[in-house]
Design a protein around this ligand. Structure first.
Ligand SMILES: *Cc1c(COP(=O)(O)O)cnc(C)c1O
Length: 463
């Protein structure tokens, strides 16, 4: 048994709880009915019907007392809100970027960046992809190319910094297509779809050293910047004595700009931004933000939202908080590994990913093993998780064929400051119990398949 009282390995919550929300449990019979009604898609379940909700860590965070206090000093002026000035300064201080454009959430920033920085036919290399990021790149005529290191596609391989870009893949692409045909390099810290895997500082430095002389911009998806910084502090040589804030500063010194979903490491429920150094790009971003998000001084957020995110960004840099955050997730992973459950290794920064290919070897990938496993886990214990596999990967817009990702996973994503170690135990026990009768899990087929981002609303039935 992993020892939850080993405080170095699994630090206790560095906070106390001031507000609580009651959750209820429903019977297994009721859960069977609920998942059937939801078309075996956990996205379509009612929140009330979930006991432990690990669908996502996006916008599901618990805000601090200081953030709630910040909500009360929202300056809801149409223009020039003081909360905007606070947010702008905070982003400039933490990341070192010159310009900031507020957006309603991460995809708002991705939309703006893709519009202003991609010419149709240009390539957008990235360390794997994120669903909405890739959608916006492709919708603006970009061609996404995966340049993550090969190891990232091997779920069982336990190596550090699995999110790194493979420089050889990047160089080969640039040599073949020419630097002028690269829109920018999209570098995600951490890599969500690879299992929350971090990128090393060395890799960020090397990518920058290669791209800068060629005039290729490096734009980060910095949604999970604090989690990535913790891995560097813990595992990369020379960073043990540096604070998370110092590490973040260095990370972003190698970037030309970034898109951010505040719903993750901003520790809020809504919000985001786009940041960059380039004056010309900033000018274009401001033109578009007015059309899609709102004035350049609120971008779809209320003043109070901007205050909360400014405070949340600073809280995410607290060393005790981010250490606890990452290690709580590792605790869940360790419990599963101890029981022989196949998961992606090493455990990443925001979630534990069950390897559905090894969990359900009896279900072929075109019968959506991860989708089926997520549905079965809900029925087992009221734990809501998310498919991250062939359903999420979608179809090739040109050929109409399914993208077939190597990774077929179920993501157990831990919201920030919401659940305790005991909740992790309940999740672990449920997965272990399900694994013992995994042969009962059956494959699925589509009964409704939307064209864009199908995983959100698709419906299935048992084969
Ligand atoms: C959530 C997320 C996004 C999109 O952000 P939204 O706020 O949901 O629009 C982009 N990239 C990564 C890595 C994410 O996790």
């Amino acid at each position: 048994m992993v020892d939850v009282f080993d405080l170095k390995k699994y630090p206790a919550e560095p906070f106390k709880i001031k507000t609580v929300e009651t959750v209820k449990t429903i019977t297994k019979e009721h859960r069977e009915k609920a998942i059937k009604e939801a078309g075996y898609n956990t996205f379509l379940l009612k929140s009330e019907d979930c006991y432990i909700d690990l669908l996502t860590d996006s916008g599901t965070n618990a805000m601090s007392d200081k953030q709630w206090a910040g909500m009360m000093i929202g300056d809801e002026a149409y223009a020039g809100s003081r909360n905007w000035l606070h947010l702008e300064k905070t982003v400039q201080d933490i990341f070192g970027f010159k310009h900031v454009v507020p957006t309603h959430q991460g995809r708002g920033a991705e939309n703006l960046l893709s519009r202003i920085a991609i010419k149709p036919g240009q390539y957008v290399p990235g360390n794997m992809y994120f669903t909405t990021t890739r959608y916006h790149q492709e919708a603006n005529g970009g061609i996404f190319v995966d340049i993550i290191r090969d190891e990232a596609h091997d779920a069982g391989l336990n190596v550090p910094f699995k999110g790194d870009i493979c420089l050889d893949k990047l160089k080969k692409l640039v040599d073949e297509k020419g630097a002028e045909n690269i829109a920018y390099v999209c570098l995600a810290v951490t890599v969500n779809l690879a299992g929350g895997q971090p990128v090393s500082m060395k890799n960020m430095r090397e990518v920058s050293e290669y791209c800068r002389p060629l005039g290729i911009k490096v734009m980060y998806d910095c949604t999970r910047f604090a989690e990535n910084a913790f891995f560097i502090q813990e595992q990369e040589e020379g960073y043990q004595d540096k604070s998370i804030a110092e590490i973040v500063k260095e990370m972003f010194s190698y970037a030309d700009g970034a898109t951010m979903s505040g719903k993750k490491d901003g520790i809020v429920n809504i919000g985001g931004f786009l940041a960059m150094n380039d004056d010309e790009l900033f000018g274009k971003a401001k033109e578009f933000v007015v059309v899609f998000e709102g004035m350049p001084s609120y971008g779809g957020m209320a003043g109070r939202d901007m205050e909360a995110i400014a405070i949340g960004l600073k809280e995410s840099l607290q060393d005790s908080y981010i250490e606890y955050r990452v290690k709580q997730i590792r605790y869940l992973g360790d419990r599963l590994l101890e029981a022989g459950i196949p998961i992606i290794e090493p455990v990443g920064g925001h979630a534990v990913f069950l390897d559905a290919k090894r969990f359900c070897p009896h279900i072929p990938q075109d019968q959506f093993p991860a989708q089926a496993l997520a549905a079965a886990l809900y029925v087992e214990a009221g734990v809501r998780s998310m498919e991250r596999g062939i359903v999420s990967a979608g179809r090739d817009p040109k050929t109409g064929e399914n993208h077939v990702p190597k990774l077929e996973t179920v993501r157990l994503t831990i919201p920030r400051r919401v659940y305790t170690y005991k909740h992790m135990d309940i999740v672990a026990d449920a997965v272990i119990k399900l694994y013992k009768h995994k042969e009962d899990i059956r494959g699925l087929k589509f009964v409704y398949e939307p064209k864009q981002l199908r995983f959100f609303t698709a419906r299935f039935e048992h084969i």
